[in-house]
Design a protein. Structure first.
Length: 203
């Protein structure tokens, strides 16, 4: 862990425990987050978001059978939209999955969808092997929750590039951006480099 991540992570967990009244959630956080969740926060979330604002681990949800289920991470901005992030290991979610567990996972996804959660399941292997690609996915995920407002310091080309990046669910090329903005490829590259230097976008 980098020093910056480690300090931010410890402060985040401490602030959550101070505010948490639910003893079930409190116990789960005190027991420590799962390795996959920690790796996601360290190598994917924190490098591009730089904070843990509005992010809650071990978030408890009720299912339709009056039971409790827990999301690895819930992203809950102030606008009432709910985002859930699940880190899925290959073993428990694929290789070692029996019929009962498979059906239960499908029910879980259905119930979350019906409860208006925007759900982001990420394979642990992708986090380890393709962190940059996962970072782009996280930025697109967050982009679904935020307004189209952009920092006042950005010019109109930079602002529209940021809006474009929030809308697409994949990395895009300077040529694609150039077509969207109706500028040259070279100009699009300059815009992208400027936003990366400002840490508004990541590679």
């Amino acid at each position: 862990m980098t020093a910056g991540f480690e300090q931010a992570y410890e402060e985040w967990l401490h602030s959550l425990l101070i505010k948490e009244d639910n003893q079930r959630i409190r116990a789960r956080i005190e027991n420590g987050l799962e390795h996959g969740t920690l790796e996601f926060l360290r190598s994917v979330w924190f490098p591009v978001v730089r904070n843990f604002n509005r992010l809650y681990p071990e978030w408890e949800v009720r299912d339709f059978h009056n039971g409790y289920r827990y999301l690895d991470l819930a992203y809950l901005p102030d606008n009432g939209i709910k985002g859930g992030i699940e880190i899925q290991g290959y073993g428990p979610h694929a290789r070692d999955l029996d019929v009962r567990r498979f059906k239960d996972l499908c029910w879980r996804h259905c119930l979350l969808a019906l409860d208006d959660w925007i759900f982001l399941p990420l394979a642990y292997l992708s986090i380890k092997d393709e962190p940059k690609r996962c970072q782009q996915l996280v930025l697109a995920f967050i982009g679904k929750f935020v307004a189209t407002d952009t920092p006042a310091s950005l010019n109109w080309l930079e602002a529209e590039t940021l809006r474009y990046a929030r809308r697409v669910l994949r990395p895009f090329t300077p040529s694609e951006l150039a077509t969207h903005l109706r500028i040259t490829d070279q100009h699009a590259r300059r815009v992208l480099h400027g936003l990366i230097e400002q840490r508004v976008l990541c590679r």
